[in-house]
Design a protein around this ligand. Structure first.
Ligand SMILES: Cc1cc2nc3c(=O)[nH]c(=O)nc-3n(C[C@H](O)[C@H](O)[C@H](O)COP(=O)(O)OP(=O)(O)OC[C@H]3O[C@@H](n4cnc5c(N)ncnc54)[C@H](O)[C@@H]3O)c2cc1C
Length: 415
């Protein structure tokens, strides 16, 4: 793999960009692999990458039914933060956030990580108490966050109306090293690095069945035929329930649509990420100037990748209340993704009832930020057959044993 650098750009500029290589290969599948990862979203690709980088396992295929990064990884609003309440969550999200700090250098691919600061507004007294508790928990967990008052919020975000008609801003939880990254670039960077290690990324290839013998996985039936494997990692987000069923087990996960929208581009007007969880809307500004906006999930199960119309209205109402200046902006596009929600709003990284078959899912509305940490922990689980410290608490048996990692009430929202 040729290194990307400022010198490479200069060299290619001089020869009319004729020397760039394809970023990743598109091979036909081999008869079998040491590991097959189903799903070429960020989590699947990161799992493959750290299998190679941390454990030297490179006879790996990542199988994708569409195009890589075309699932939720390419559809999210790119918020990165690690200010979770529970210890296991703070550990895995902070691992991910800290890997993001140097991911561009590690992958030799600019993922445009922008730790511009993230604010979670407190707009009720209950939220004030909740976020203060989170700040104290984060202090003990080694996650850098702080509580700031309404005047400091106004200084950071001058376009915000802190005296809103329904819910005035009473303060905010600030994570200065939270922010955003370019979502496609995260998938592309991992894919390129996996391909360079000799792994096969097989797109337009749907897994239709899982084959096993004596309770141990032996391979997958796909639209390109049977492919054998010694180990299987299922990393398919909103389709986890269906693929788990193919492998013969059920998951405590529901699939719902979550949507986002962007405005027409405007000059720079907000240089932090703001989440307003009581009125329920969140917003940041992309490098192109578009305001990137998200809200809540549909309250019913579906696979439409669109989201209900009334959510657009609710989200925009929340944001116009918080930022009256945006009331006359035109919205450019809207889209949705299918997210996989668990009851405690925490992910599953787990062994499964099928031998040598592992699952990574349940990241719901907030898994983009977790990609590097999740891939790191999942690679360890697949390579060793047992979870390491990061994944240990996220087994699916926690739902049977009542050991929930409750982030739903703690975070209010989980994007
Ligand atoms: C609108 C929206 C906004 C969001 N905002 C944020 C945010 O701001 N911050 C944040 O941290 N998270 C956010 N998220 C959540 C985040 O996007 C997801 O948690 C994360 O991208 C999940 O990544 P993944 O790799 O697990 O899944 P995906 O990227 O969905 O990848 C799974 C892949 O599996 C493939 N697949 C499925 N079934 C099969 C099969 N049978 N055979 C082969 N391949 C299969 C799919 O085609 C897909 O490409 C948001 C999500 C949405 C939809």
């Amino acid at each position: 793999m040729k290194r990307y650098s400022v010198f490479a750009i200069a060299r290619e500029a001089l020869r009319h960009h004729t020397g760039w290589e394809r970023a990743w290969a598109s091979p036909e599948p081999k008869a079998s692999y040491d590991v097959i990862v189903i799903g070429a979203g960020g989590h699947g690709l990161a799992t493959a990458y750290y299998l190679g980088k941390n454990f030297g396992i490179t006879n790996v295929a990542v199988i994708e039914k569409g195009w890589l990064g075309g699932g939720n990884t390419g559809r999210n609003t790119t918020i990165i933060r690690s200010n979770y309440l529970q210890d296991p969550s703070a550990a895995i999200y902070e691992k991910a956030r800290s890997l993001y700090e140097t991911l561009s250098q590690d992958l030799n691919y600019n993922v445009m990580f922008s730790p511009r600061g993230l604010l979670m507004l407190a707009q009720t007294h209950h939220e004030v108490r909740g976020y203060m508790r989170t700040v104290h928990a984060n202090l003990l967990q080694g996650v850098e966050t702080e509580w700031i008052g309404p005047e400091q919020v106004k200084r950071l975000v001058p376009i915000m109306n802190i005296h809103g008609p329904r819910y005035p801003v009473l303060g905010a939880l600030l994570q200065k090293r939270g922010g955003t990254a370019r979502h496609d670039a995260v998938a592309w960077g991992y894919a390129r690095a996996c391909s360079a290690m000799g792994m096969d990324i097989i797109q337009q290839c749907e897994v239709k069945g899982v084959r096993s013998e004596g309770g141990v996985v032996t391979g997958v039936e796909t639209t390109k035929g049977f492919i054998g494997t010694k180990k299987l990692a299922i990393v398919v987000a909103g389709h986890s329930g269906q693929v788990a069923e193919m492998a013969g087990f059920r998951l405590p996960v529901e699939a719902v649509a979550l949507q986002a929208l962007v405005s027409e581009p405007v000059k720079p007007c907000i240089d932090v990420v703001v989440m307003a969880n009581t009125v329920h809307g969140y917003m940041s500004q992309s490098d192109k100037g578009e305001l990137v906006i998200g809200g809540g999930t549909d309250s019913f199960n579906n696979f439409t990748q669109r989201g209900s119309f009334h959510h657009i209205e609710e989200t925009l109402r929340a944001l116009v209340e918080t930022f009256p200046i945006i009331s006359r902006l035109k919205m450019l596009r809207q889209w949705g993704g299918i997210v996989d929600m668990t009851g405690d709003r925490s992910p599953i990284l787990s062994k499964t009832p099928l031998g040598n078959c592992f699952i990574n899912c349940g990241w719901g509305t907030g898994g983009f930020k977790a990609i590097p940490g999740s891939g790191w922990a999942m690679a360890e689980l697949v390579a060793k057959g047992e979870p390491g410290a990061l994944a240990a608490d996220f087994g699916m048996d926690r739902f049977r044993e009542g050991r929930f990692i409750d982030e739903s009430v703690a975070a209010g929202v989980a994007h």
